[in-house]
Design a protein around this ligand. Structure first.
Ligand SMILES: [Zn+2]
Length: 266
């Protein structure tokens, strides 16, 4: 049974099935964490309050309805109609809709409430491991679909995903099904760390740029919340390449502020 992202990552795909990334064979290892962008559906996304950021663009898929899109993005059908000048309910597959950007302010409060309802297996978690997705698009649902397509029966390999404003809010934290169910992660090759490590993925390719300030603020807030309020025991912070080795992965990329994070979290 495949249940982890194991370094055989393929070219990321976008929803219409075309290849989105140019991935030279020589740099395939940089894409250990690159996850195909396709299909699937179940993740727990605590709804953030609508932020004041710029709307994001959403390409309408076959079978989409305004109410389904509104539900997915935590806005109302009226918001979508107003933003896009739509009268009625008709939307065309392939057209682009503006969708309100969520998470302009970190949704850590929603995460705190969600964690209060999850029976967290406190003693289990000994590591917190940071990743990048190595692609600029995506969110928990999209990566979940991709991981299921790749045969990971528990879906999304990470426990949390922090958006960059493309397919979820910039700095918006999403909870994956593995965290909700307190399942092992599938985010590293090291099986002990999958069993005992919380995987947090920031959307973006940090081999080419730094994470956004909102993403980093959300990451810090999430780790402080997990360590201080949820687990309440020492946990080791690491980035992916420190667990699996730089020859296996460059994750989370050279522009991820690894040293700053270690200064903060040891
Ligand atoms: Zn990684």
């Amino acid at each position: 049974m495949i249940d982890h992202v194991d370094g055989r990552s393929e070219n990321p795909m976008i929803p219409d099935g075309t290849v989105a990334g140019v991935v030279p064979q020589s740099s395939r290892r940089r894409f250990v964490c690159a996850l195909a962008l396709v299909a699937g559906a179940c993740w727990l996304g605590p709804r953030a309050l609508l932020g004041s950021g710029d709307p994001i663009k959403y390409v309408v898929q076959r079978g989409d309805t305004l109410s389904a899109i509104a539900s997915r993005y935590g806005c109302s059908v009226a918001d979508l109609r107003r933003l896009n000048g739509i009268v009625g309910d008709r939307i065309l597959a392939g057209s682009t809709l503006a969708v309100p950007s969520r998470g302009a302010v970190s949704n850590i409060e929603a995460i705190r409430r969600a964690n209060g309802a999850i029976g967290v297996a406190r003693g289990r978690w000994q590591y917190i491991v940071a990743h990048h997705s190595a692609i600029e698009r995506g969110n928990a649902a999209i990566y979940d679909r991709n991981h299921r397509r790749r045969g990971m029966v528990n879906g999304l390999a990470y426990h949390f995903v922090i958006g960059n404003g493309s397919d979820s809010g910039n700095g918006e934290i999403e909870i994956g099904t593995r965290w909700a169910a307190q399942h092992a992660g599938g985010h590293v090759r090291n099986s002990n760390v999958n069993e005992h490590g919380i995987g947090i993925c920031l959307v973006g390719n940090f081999e080419t740029r730094r994470p956004s300030g909102r993403q980093l603020a959300a990451l810090v807030a999430l780790i402080e919340h997990l360590q201080g309020e949820v687990l309440r025991h020492p946990t080791r912070f690491a980035v992916h390449r420190e667990i699996d080795g730089v020859n296996h992965t460059l994750c989370p990329g050279r522009f991820f502020p690894t040293r700053e994070m270690h200064r903060r979290f040891g």
